[in-house]
Design a protein around this ligand. Structure first.
Ligand SMILES: O=P(O)(O)OC[C@H]1O[C@](O)(CO)[C@@H](O)[C@@H]1O
Length: 430
């Protein structure tokens, strides 16, 4: 993986990072790296994330999914870190198994899926670190009922990935379901390179050893200087630009297979650094599509953002047929890969020309090893940024109020503010 930070420097960008400021920041990166390495050495909560490749029991994962190797579909019920990592790998890589990620509790969306998926040929993976998440348990109960209605023995089609306690662990024990543990000391959003992300990948026939090899490549590339470490360079530049006013970071992958990656990155970054009034806001976008949507704002709007361009250096390709269409004959004989790469470079140049800071991330190709390297690198970048922001990157207390309010509104628990859940003045426009 390569990270080009040239378009984030003050020589070309506003806001930009003066080179001497980056040199000073590098001293903080070195100290942060030392802190991270100490946390890894003692398998400290959160820092243990970066030890994942060595801690994954690949044989246990393969054994857990082996009973389902006849399935045509995977339904993964989970939300947040219990879905987005596995979904990122599914979206990136080809498989004969159709994977569906039921994370949201949109009733029509869930019902439509259950009407179209042949549940008799489906493996159900229920994933929840806590085993208590309302969306996940509700969707599991709905899918189980649909399986029963379809005459499918759900206990023969289900495995569970969860912590040592909670409703899902109880369910697995009660029905003797195959189950996988979630790793200790790894917050859900950081758990893709563990059972949480890799079991679904294994079931889809992906080479999880190659994914872990890519993660090891990224681990090997960590160094006590941002100038020697692509992952730390990215985390440090995001932080430094945020400090200078680029409070938004647009994730702009130029590959449909990386669109879900932008969603995964958004949770990873936002839940990790969004604390104590600080934290850059990740925005999910897609190239070339958003050149016809948001680019106007990126180039001519406020310079309160940076853009992260991501692309594979190698692509499968398709030739554009010759044409005599007025003004478009130049496209004939080119390939769609040449076109999207030209758009990538032209859009990057357009933003650089307008002085908007941007960073280029390039991976070799969209395959297991490169995906593993990208995912691990972003985990390391986020952990480094947490050190630079001086926040605890491994908790997410701000999500709890809403959860309690939801339970309070539904009678699922005491929540004294329930009747003040949405304080607003009456000004409804009809
Ligand atoms: O895996 P669980 O415990 O169901 O949590 C799902 C998601 O919910 C959160 O805890 C936020 O509410 C995320 O951090 C986590 O990835």
């Amino acid at each position: 993986m390569q990270v080009d930070i040239g378009n984030a420097l003050a020589e070309v960008a506003t806001p930009g990072i003066p080179r001497e400021a980056l040199d000073r920041l590098d001293d903080r990166v070195a100290a942060a790296h030392e802190r991270i390495e100490a946390g890894r050495a003692s398998d400290e909560h959160g820092y243990a994330t970066l030890n994942q490749p060595a801690n994954v029991d690949v044989d246990a994962i393969q054994a857990a999914v082996e009973p389902f190797d006849d399935c045509e579909n995977l339904v993964n019920v989970g939300i947040g870190g219990s879905a987005l990592g596995a979904a990122t790998i599914s979206a990136a890589l080809d498989s004969d198994v159709d994977a569906y990620y039921l994370d949201n509790v949109d009733p029509k969306w869930v019902a439509d899926h259950l009407e179209t998926i042949d549940l008799s040929k489906t493996a159900l993976n229920v994933v929840s670190k806590s085993g208590m998440t309302a969306e996940t348990l509700s969707n599991f109960l709905v899918v189980r009922e649909a399986m029963e209605a379809a005459g499918v023995d759900w206990t023969e089609r289900t495995w569970v990935t969860t912590g040592p306690e909670g409703n899902l662990r109880d369910l697995a024990e009660k029905h003797d379901l195959p189950s996988l543990p979630v790793p200790d000391g790894v917050p859900g959003r950081f758990s893709v390179l563990s059972t949480v992300g890799l079991a679904a990948a294994a079931l889809q026939g992906h080479d999880i050893e190659a994914i872990l090899d890519g993660a090891r490549d990224a681990d090997d590339a960590l160094a006590p200087s941002l100038f020697d470490s692509p992952a730390y360079a990215y985390g440090a530049v995001n932080y430094a630009l945020d400090q200078r006013g680029a409070g938004i970071n647009v994730q702009l992958p130029y590959a449909e297979s990386l669109e879900t990656y932008a969603e995964w990155y958004s949770q990873l970054w936002a839940e990790s650094v969004g604390k104590d009034g600080v934290g850059q806001t990740p925005v999910r976008a897609l190239g070339a599509t958003d050149q016809h949507s948001q680019l106007q704002l990126y180039r001519a709007g406020p310079h309160d953002k940076m853009v992260t361009f991501i692309r594979p250096q190698e692509r499968e390709d398709t030739t554009i047929p010759e044409t005599d269409l007025e003004g478009l004959s130049y496209l004939g004989g080119l390939t769609l890969g040449e076109l999207i790469d030209a758009e990538f470079e032209a859009t990057e140049a357009s933003l650089a020309n307008a002085g908007l800071p941007n960073v280029r991330i390039e991976i070799d190709r969209v395959d297991e090893r490169a995906i593993g390297e990208l995912l691990y690198s972003m985990e390391a970048a986020t952990i480094l940024a947490g050190e630079l922001y001086n926040v605890d990157a491994f908790v997410q207390p701000a999500v709890e109020w809403g959860k309690k309010a939801t339970r309070g509104l539904l009678g699922g628990g005491d929540f004294e503010e329930a009747d003040e859940v949405a304080e607003k003045t009456e000004l409804t426009i009809e």
